[in-house]
Design a protein around this ligand. Structure first.
Ligand SMILES: NC(=O)c1ccc[n+]([C@@H]2O[C@H](COP(=O)([O-])OP(=O)(O)OC[C@H]3O[C@@H](n4cnc5c(N)ncnc54)[C@H](OP(=O)(O)O)[C@@H]3O)[C@@H](O)[C@H]2O)c1
Length: 243
């Protein structure tokens, strides 16, 4: 093996990657995604969290629901049955290889802070939308910076992806009955896109990757990619958008 002083080429590569701050998706997450079974922590188990978590549990993933109401989450998990359980947001974040956030955006920073480092190295899918009339100043700031970039700043060390922002929760629960008809735009960290794509497909939507976190701003309600579109329509609209 070629050496550089006392370092091997592999050491040099490792050092270069570390210096560039590039971190790979943990192998366990990549393997789980390939094996069709993942541990998913759901933070916010209302309309969106319960719909997506229910479909993912029934598809064979292990799901933990969480909110500020553990009793309600236990009832939800019992209704869904096998593969579903309940915990606190901290427990759900520790449990999941993938975390879904589906909370009012105003609560998002405080929840993230309460999670410590538990989200680091995990795939985070954020369905939480910044709605200024509901969430106040933080929503305006997030929209101004671009929601994907704002999320990533709040979640250092996570592999952040945005999806499920633009269609009603009822469709998230029913899309698997007639899969592939609705396009789901997805934007985010390219290391996490394959995992998100797999989970979107399980829900019954056709994933359409539209770019990195800078493109996520087109996914929130009231912007170009929001609403219910066929996959080809999502592709045509996305082709007209600039990062
Ligand atoms: N509804 C839709 O069709 C739809 C579609 C796409 C995206 N979205 C977005 O997804 C997010 C969730 O929407 P939703 O309709 O599912 O809302 P929801 O039914 O009101 O559910 C919100 C969930 O977040 C939990 N929550 C709120 N504050 C919390 C906190 N501080 N800590 C932990 N959990 C907290 C709530 O439980 P507790 O209050 O009991 O803690 C509840 O489980 C929103 O940002 C929304 O804009 C909604």
């Amino acid at each position: 093996m070629k050496t550089y002083g006392s370092l091997t080429r592999r050491d040099m590569l490792k050092a270069t990657v570390a210096a560039a701050g590039v971190q790979a998706l943990p192998a366990a997450i990549a393997r789980a995604a390939e094996r069709q079974k993942m541990r998913i922590g759901i933070i916010g188990s209302g309309h969106v969290g319960s719909a997506l978590g229910g479909v993912w549990a029934r598809a064979g993933n292990e799901v933990m629901f969480s909110s500020r109401n553990l009793d309600q989450d236990r009832k939800l998990a019992a209704q869904i049955g096998a593969n579903a359980r309940a915990g606190t947001p901290q427990q759900a974040a520790a449990f999941g290889q993938v975390l879904l956030f589906a909370v009012p955006y105003s609560a998002f920073p405080e929840i993230v802070k309460s999670l410590g480092d538990s989200f680091k190295g995990k795939v985070v899918i954020n369905a939480s939308n910044p709605i200024p009339q509901r969430d106040g100043e933080i929503a305006s700031q997030a929209r101004e910076k671009g929601i994907g970039l704002f999320d990533a700043q709040l979640l250092p060390g996570a592999f952040v992806v945005r999806a499920f922002n633009a269609v009603p929760a009822a469709q998230m629960a029913s899309a698997h009955e007639d899969p592939g008809k609705i396009g789901m735009p997805v934007a985010g960290d390219k290391r996490a896109i394959a995992v998100a794509v797999r989970l979107i497909r399980e829900v019954g939507f056709e994933p359409v990757v539209v770019g990195g976190l800078d493109m996520a701003r087109y996914l929130v309600p009231g912007t170009a990619l929001s609403g219910d579109h066929a996959p080809d329509e999502v592709r045509s609209i996305a082709a007209t958008l600039k990062p």
